[in-house]
Design a protein around this ligand. Sequence first.
Ligand SMILES: Cc1ncc(COP(=O)(O)O)c(C=O)c1O
Ligand SMILES: *[C@@H]1O[C@H](CO)[C@@H](O)[C@H](O)[C@H]1NC(C)=O
Ligand SMILES: *[C@@H]1O[C@H](CO)[C@@H](O)[C@H](O)[C@H]1NC(C)=O
Ligand SMILES: *[C@@H]1O[C@H](CO)[C@@H](O)[C@H](O)[C@H]1NC(C)=O
Length: 414
Amino acid sequence: QGSTPRAISIVPQAAPVAVFKLTQDFNNDQFPNKVNLGVGAYRTDEGQPWVLPVVKKVEKIIVHDDRLNHEYLPILGLPEFRSSASKIVLGDNSPAILENRVGAVQCLGGTGALKIGAEFLRRFYNGSNNTKTPIYVSAPTWENHNAVFSSAGFEDVRPYRYWDAEKRGLDLAGFLGDLESCPEHSVFVLHACAHNPTGTDPTQEQWKQIAEVMMRRKLFAFFDSAYQGFASGSLEKDAWAVRYFVSSGFEMFCAQSFSKNFGLYNERVGNLTVVARDADNLKRVLSQMEKVVRITWSNPPSQGARIVTITLTSPELFSEWQENVKTMANRVLLMRSQLKAKLQALGTPGTWDHITDQIGMFSFTGLNPKQVEYLVKEKHIYLMASGRINMCGLTTKNIDYVAESIHEAVTKVQ
Ligand SMILES: Cc1ncc(COP(=O)(O)O)c(C=O)c1O
Ligand SMILES: *[C@@H]1O[C@H](CO)[C@@H](O)[C@H](O)[C@H]1NC(C)=O
Ligand SMILES: *[C@@H]1O[C@H](CO)[C@@H](O)[C@H](O)[C@H]1NC(C)=O
Ligand SMILES: *[C@@H]1O[C@H](CO)[C@@H](O)[C@H](O)[C@H]1NC(C)=O
């Protein structure tokens, strides 16, 4: 034993991923009325995962279609998926699509789309092998943004101001200030809608201001669209910012996830949209994307992409899907208004308007880490240390318990 080389034995233990650790702790908890407000996945009013009815239907279509097989997909993905008729992020009349300068790479979830985009940028943005370009992510953001860009080789991942904790809203002045003062050509990761974790998006007027500075200062927009449909219940409305940037003439990326809005979390369905300067540029970008994908997962999986494509290309299934998305969005809205009303009725100190002002799957409650710890330890209510709660974890059965527990945490723990 002493003479074998210590090749992998000296590895340090890595910290668990907070949000999945929380689920594990929740699963191990024996308390009957425990509540999981952690992981960002939809739950029904019975607290159960929901397989969208339209997805069930399409899965049956796939099983019975004898033309389908399990051959490798092309490296860049299922062709119909990459160009499916409904064009839900960019819209049917996108000028960039008409000019043939939009392309796509089928990726493993939104995370895969961010990863492939990051790997491409590190290799080719502003000259080759660039590791110095600043990558700006919102403060706070989904924690994986930092890690995905640094592990692609970017050495300078920085926060931009986004959240004003004092007024529990967008820090527009700070955001615009950072856009003005950053080095030209920096990359900005922008949440397309339903910002994670704050549930706070810029208004259309504010997006216009953001776009104006980004265009003038030659900043690159990398949109992350993980919750299209969840913010407003409307796919169109939730795509407004992305479409506005495209119509303003940006070259940009958009990482699109179908995990949440199709409830296809474990099928890993994502799409990286590339909006290039012209058709020739697009062709060259995609040729390099193909190399990046080849060394990463070589060929993407097909099941989830087929489900999404079949749904989006049939008018009936498409409208059924839109209804399913609305069902989810409406349940979140109902839980928001009920939680706010209950906290107000209890006279819980502080203002709770932000619960209904915020949108999407999450609420950034403003609970501090000690109050969070109290909820987890004393009340068996699991939420992120940042105070973020997944509104879908609330049900008509547990909402009283959660509201009373929040009341207790706020009044007992400073
Ligand atoms: C902001 C944001 N981006 C991307 C993702 C990644 O989604 P996927 O599961 O499709 O990789 C998530 C998932 O939680 C997210 O919250
Ligand atoms: C993937 O992105 C491309 C480019 O934006 C788009 O045309 C296509 O419709 C997208 N696919 C899906 C399934 O949304
Ligand atoms: C970029 O890195 C690759 C791999 O390390 C190397 O082969 C190539 O020469 C580098 N290019 C430049 C311009 O430094
Ligand atoms: C872009 O490249 C130029 C020249 O290589 C360099 O001076 C500049 O700092 C780079 N900008 C960014 C934002 O990486």
